[in-house]
Write a protein that binds this ligand. Structure first.
Ligand SMILES: Cc1ncc(COP(=O)(O)O)c(C=O)c1O
Length: 390
């Protein structure tokens, strides 16, 4: 995959030695810019915009998120708890399957609980009825698989052959919607407006009959709304049109778009040597700190990479032979202690870190590129590693 990083932005002038290494540095001003764009889309589209916590759950910014967006969406019990502890507004929870032991709390915490199949709704009908009898109020949703592929990479395509995500729209019958308040779909990954338009054009004729009896439609995430080339006017018009035509409330739940180009991961070179090519070991681990580099895979953009010079293969301090970040040019051989940074690491990196090999977790810092204020929000230590083991 290609990195979608738009460039260094204000990070071009951030002094990397101001934070411990490794550290995520999130630019609050960039987050605010993204949030303002998303709020504007919500207003244009008369739609509700939720932050997908799975992408970016830096809860020290929860109040700021709450000032701009309508709420958050969670992937299960723990994100739902995080949502209620720190975030405000609407909470929508979707999981590919629920456990009986967790569902009552999820029903209590959430405003809408979205199921992956009608069978799960039927299986848990008693728990749903019990929660309502106890005074809990929540909507029930069903995730549909629109069976229309637009994502560029199969691994990130919820409509791939044999997908487990969402109930295939071709199987939908009126009886599946008994007790259902809304429909959900999520079929995009880092995409512009046109793929959404095509998905909707293929899906709308199949579900317009069903929509008349429903309260809402949630168009999921994967909308790269805050990217410079995104057609935000088009999205606003589509969302408004859907709401007006079908008399329903419309939601989107982007994650990445909230934190796009809003954070870097700072690290340092620990050692260099030659083995067929110049190698540098860094305190940033692909597998522990930026697992999507290996999983996607993709090559993250490096801040200030030289146009000419010597190319080093950068890799992490873990034992994994494949703990390689990529090959990067330096104007001159980097010395141990040289600071480096990778762009666009605020989303899907901070939420995915591990302590494999006892590799320390990056600190988390909040910088405001407009005021230059810097706050070290969180540092991790040995107990954070120890206490996840037994
Ligand atoms: C159901 C659902 N909603 C929202 C999102 C957020 O997507 P993104 O961060 O790409 O906007 C995802 C991402 O996988 C998802 O699975």
């Amino acid at each position: 995959m290609e990195t979608r990083a738009g460039g260094p932005g204000a990070f071009a002038r951030f002094d990397l030695s101001r934070v411990p290494s490794p550290a995520f540095v999130v630019d609050e001003a960039a987050i605010l810019r993204n949030l303002a764009l998303l709020k504007d889309v919500g207003a244009r589209g008369n739609a509700r915009v939720l932050l997908a916590l799975k992408a970016f759950s830096m809860w020290s910014l929860a109040d700021v998120v709450g000032e701009y967006l309508d709420g958050v969406c969670a992937s299960g019990l723990w994100e739902a708890r995080l949502a209620r502890e720190f975030y405000r507004g609407h909470l929508s929870t979707y999981s590919p399957a629920y456990k009986a032991g967790e569902l009552p709390e999820i029903l209590r915490l959430s405003d809408s609980v979205i199921f992956n199949t009608p069978a799960q709704i039927t299986r848990f009908a008693d728990l749903i009825a019990e929660a309502r009898a106890a005074g809990e109020t929540f909507d029930i949703g069903l995730r549909l698989n629109p069976e229309h592929s637009e994502a560029e990479v199969a691994k990130y395509d919820p409509c791939q052959f044999g997908s487990r995500l969402g109930f295939p729209v071709s199987q939908l019958r009126p009886e599946h919607l008994e007790g259902v308040d809304g429909l959900h779909l999520h079929a995009l990954c880092e995409q512009g407006f046109e793929p959404l338009q095509r998905i909707w054009a293929s899906l709308e004729p199949k579900i317009e009959g069903a929509l008349t009896s429903l309260k809402w439609l949630n168009l999921g995430g994967g909308h790269h709304v805050t990217r410079a080339d995104y057609d935000r006017e088009g999205l606003g018009a589509l969302l408004r049109g859907i709401g007006e035509r079908h008399g329903i409330e419309v939601y989107i739940e982007p994650g990445e778009a909230i934190a796009l180009d809003a954070g870097i991961l700072v690290g340092e070179v620990l050692d260099t040597f030659e083995n067929s090519l110049p190698i540098a070991i860094t305190d940033i681990s692909a597998t522990c700190h930026m697992p999507d580099v290996i999983e996607a895979p993709y090559r993250p953009a490096m801040l200030g990479e030289a146009d000419e010079g010597v190319t080093f293969r950068l890799g992490g301090p873990s034992c994994l032979a494949g703990d390689i970040i990529g090959d990067y040019r330096f104007a001159a051989r980097p010395m141990p202690g040289t600071r480096i940074a990778f762009l666009d690491q605020a989303h899907y990196s901070m939420v995915k870190t591990t302590t494999f090999n006892g590799v320390p977790l990056p600190a988390i810092a909040l910088w405001n590129s407009e005021t230059d204020a810097l706050r070290l929000v969180r540092q991790f230590d040995y107990p954070d590693f120890r206490d996840r083991l037994s």
